[in-house]
Design a binder for this molecule. Structure first.
Ligand code: HEM
Length: 208
């Protein structure tokens, strides 16, 4: 990848490490979770050393993801507070998807779509964490009906999370020049000016 000293810093090394720990845990949890969900996916347990090991490891990886996810939320929540311009952005999102992004309201570090996705992740992660702990059955014992209800909530929240992350990854690939922000920490000035002009003006002081 070509680097330019004029590129803008978007993420620190510690923010990126935090994000990728959550990302790797998410993939491991998705694969092991699907293995529990339906017999067609059961062979995935081979990746984790067989059925019993998958059942043992899944909740511990879940705890690691939960802790790092909470850390990530504490780092980023302020930047994801919805503003009027984000609501306007969301109202015009269909035009942008059709290729006309010239009339989109100026965006700060994150656009309305990223912010909406952020709060969706917070909601479904919360449901996953609470239902996951209730159905763990290693550290605490709860009535069997609570375990049953938790299993349903856990599966639904898991599918919602898989859907949101597919959207997240698709948007990151679709908006060329975004993946490198999380890989190397920087973006080009042109990228920032085109997609997040408010943030561009703030970090460069350039009022163009
Ligand atoms: C595994 C594949 C993933 C890829 C390829 C990926 C890629 C990216 C990229 C490129 C960005 C930078 C976007 C920007 O600066 O505009 C980003 C930001 C972010 N990602 Fe991911 N990500 C992945 C997984 C996840 C997971 C599993 C979560 C959480 C459950 C997550 C949560 C976030 C958050 C919170 C941000 C900051 C954006 C915001 O606060 O609105 N990502 N990701």
């Amino acid at each position: 990848m070509k680097r330019n000293p004029r590129d803008l810093k978007r993420y620190t090394a510690s923010e990126r490490a935090n994000h990728w720990i959550v990302g790797i845990c998410f993939i491991l949890l998705g694969l092991s979770g699907l293995a529990f969900f339906h017999p067609a996916f059961y062979p995935l347990t081979q990746l984790f050393g067989g059925g019993p090991w998958t059942r043992i490891l899944h909740p511990y990886v879940g705890v690691v993801m939960a802790l790092f996810f909470i850390m990530m939320v504490l780092r980023f929540w302020r930047l994801n507070v919805m503003e009027q311009r984000d609501v306007e952005w969301l109202k015009n999102v269909d035009k942008m998807v059709d290729g006309d992004d010239h009339h989109m309201p100026e965006q700060g570090k994150y656009n309305g779509g990223q912010k909406l996705l952020f709060w969706g992740l917070v909601l479904f992660m919360l449901l996953l964490m609470v239902s996951g702990v209730l159905m763990w059955r290693t550290w605490i014992t709860v009535p069997v009906d609570v375990v049953r209800l938790s299993s349903v909530v856990h599966a639904l929240a898991g599918f919602a999370m898989i859907g949101l992350i597919i959207l997240h990854v698709y948007a990151a690939i679709w908006t060329r020049g975004t993946i490198r922000a999380m890989m190397y920490g920087t973006v080009t000035r042109a990228w920032a000016k085109q997609h997040h002009r408010g943030w561009y003006r703030k970090v460069t002081g350039d009022n163009e």
